[in-house]
Ligand binder design. Structure first.
Ligand code: HEC
Ligand code: HEC
Length: 254
């Protein structure tokens, strides 16, 4: 089993520290400025309009907790971010600059165009996230993120449990199965959209259909997949939870 993320991001920007430097230069004035920047940054964190793309439905908070107690019960694909500005690597070691970790999310998932760390809102966002690093529950060491390059067929699953896991891990974007209205409108209707392309009626085996759910969940918009869905690591969504979701969405016997 491969254990690296397979998502390699070269540091694209000259000077990996541009984000921190821009923020500290902009905030070197009074502490009132800093406090209001932190407050504005908390709003940016929860604001989908931070990306100006009309196709974007996400805020940072869609996929990340800023502090551990937020959004209890939800299985979010992104790590908790208190302490993240002090971590040495990101995305399971495949990204080495904080700025590039944020840029990846902003450009790939939020379709925000080229990430600008010197934008006022970016500076406020940095100030906010960095202010959380002094909390006692901050995590400043790298977060393990395992995204297997190749996936195995899901093991036996419990559909009843799978419904609960689906609600917590998938429902906040996809809505309930077959929902016409979804919280993230661009998120597919599950399992219908997948069945339409890879369904038994199209000549695929049920095993193939089940494998599509596994692959898409593990790889999101990476590793051969297009789109804007985030990948779920094996740490955030263990294999058994995923097998239970698949048992719920695509049972072997109907
Ligand atoms: C659609 C979901 C999604 C959105 C929206 C999103 N992220 Fe992410 N983010 C992820 C995933 C998945 C990862 C990879 C797992 C990880 O490292 O946390 C990640 C990783 C990161 C990391 C690296 C964390 C680490 O320690 O490895 C940072 C920092 C980050 N995101 C910040 C942001 C910020 C700031 C925003 C808003 C501008 C944002 N993200 C929006 C899904 C998202
Ligand atoms: C942060 C939002 C988000 C979360 C959480 C999320 N998805 Fe998605 N998903 C999307 C979006 C947006 C698309 C359509 C664009 C794309 O393919 O990336 C999608 C597409 C898919 C597809 C492809 C459907 C097709 O058209 O064939 C599958 C399968 C899927 N998701 C399964 C899941 C499962 C299972 C979960 C929970 C473990 C999940 N998703 C969680 C946003 C999300």
């Amino acid at each position: 089993m491969a254990s690296s993320t397979g998502i390699r991001v070269a540091s694209k920007r000259a000077g990996a520290m541009a984000f921190a430097i821009a923020a500290s230069a902009a905030l070197s004035g009074s502490c009132v400025d800093r406090v209001s920047a932190e407050r504005q940054g908390a709003e940016v964190f929860a604001d989908r309009a931070y990306s100006s793309s009309r196709f974007n439905g996400y805020a940072c908070a869609t996929c990340h907790r800023a502090t551990p107690s937020e959004q209890p019960g939800r299985v979010l694909p992104g790590a908790m971010l208190a302490g993240s500005t002090r971590r040495s690597t990101f995305w399971g070691g495949s990204v080495v600059a904080f700025e590039d970790a944020v840029a990846l999310c902003f450009e790939k998932f939020m379709r925000g165009g080229r990430f600008d760390p010197t934008d006022d809102r970016s500076i406020a966002l940095y100030a906010y996230l960095d202010s959380l690093a002094s909390r006692p529950d901050a995590v400043t060491t790298p977060i393990p993120v395992t995204i297997p390059l190749t996936t195995s067929p899901p093991g036996p699953g419990d559909a009843t449990r799978g419904q609960r896991v689906y609600d917590n891990a998938c429902g906040y974007c996809h809505g309930a199965p077959r929902a016409a209205q979804r919280p993230i409108p661009s998120a597919s209707t599950l399992p219908d959209d997948t069945e339409r392309e890879h369904g038994v009626a199209q000549g695929y085996s049920i095993e193939t259909l089940r494998q599509v759910f596994v692959e898409k969940t593990r790889h999101g918009a990476f590793l051969g997949f297009a789109g804007f869905m985030p990948p779920f690591s094996t740490e955030t969504l263990p294999d058994q939870d995923l097998a239970d979701i698949v048992a719920y969405l695509a049972p072997t016997l109907r």
